[in-house]
Design a protein around this ligand. Sequence first.
Ligand SMILES: [Zn+2]
Length: 378
Amino acid sequence: MAITTYKYRLKVNSRQARILGQMAQDVNLVWNFVKQLQIDSFKAKSAKNYLSDFDMHEYTKGSSKLLTINAQTIQAISKQFVTNRDTFKKLPRWRGRKSLGWVPFNGQSFKLENDHVTYNKLKIRFWRSRDLPQDAKIKVGRFSQDARGRWYVSVTFESDLIAKKQAPNQIGIDLGIKHLAALSDGTKINRLDLRTAYLKKLRRLERTRKFARRSQAKSRSYQKLPKARQVANLAAKVANARNDFLHKVSTKIVASANFIAVGDLRCSFMNRSRALSGVSLDAGIGKFREMLRYKSIRDGGVYKQVSERNSTQTCSDCGWQHPKEKRIGLGVRSWVCDSCGASHDRDVNAARNILLTALKPDSTSALDTKRRTVSGSK
Ligand SMILES: [Zn+2]
């Protein structure tokens, strides 16, 4: 049994756009309500600090009568809130007018027929870019909007007809700065170069807007800034291109191995450091890791996230480790092991060490200096 998601573009007319917009606002209302609920629970320091989605249902019960969304959607919102809170280990953001429209639903409250979908009596036609398999059973789905304001519907379904086979293979992945990822089998995946394709254009548009902002400030007559639509279009294109790319790469990796080990590189740390700032945001490392995780688990594989401490400094062949005073810096792309003479690519070596760490019985620990050196010198 494989679980797969298909996404379709909706053909929305202005009346439907208004209704979807209202639904998205109601979703935000519920989302912010459960967030406030969680904040209050933290403050109250009760025995149950972390609310489950069932705890939240107690408070949201019956609210669908007052809203344009149904009870299943309200439950799906709490569920997503709890998932996000637990995955990223912090409170999710408030949802406001700037948040892109999002309306989750479950299979029972939603219908997909020939050329249209139905949710809460709202019927919308869509571009049927591909057919669902005959035996598809829709579990959940969502309406979502991109920065251009276009609406899509995603449906997640179960099907035996497209059961996926994973290769019995183990792979370690070093997520990085220079490349999006280096794999333990020596493959390197470059980051998608958005700079040349989009960012130049974006910068040019921003410059026009900056001049307009300045001259408006001088003359103290404030109006809408020019090029807002173009900026939104471009932002949507960048986000779509990046998402497509990350989906393609993660799908390919997950299909190639049923055991995946990834380093626990902290994205927030990377954004803070000045030399690296912007880079990890650009690469979408957090998103990529999340895709690898859910796709691997979905397809019946094993996903492990392990500490990558010392993974760069240790020789993956013999376990020798660079001494403290001779640590290799960020700029060193390849090196030769002082102990066994193996030559290493920096990132591929790190990926191999990440895999070795994950394969150890107690795989949450980082590479242990002592143990590795002893076993390496035998
Ligand atoms: Zn070595």
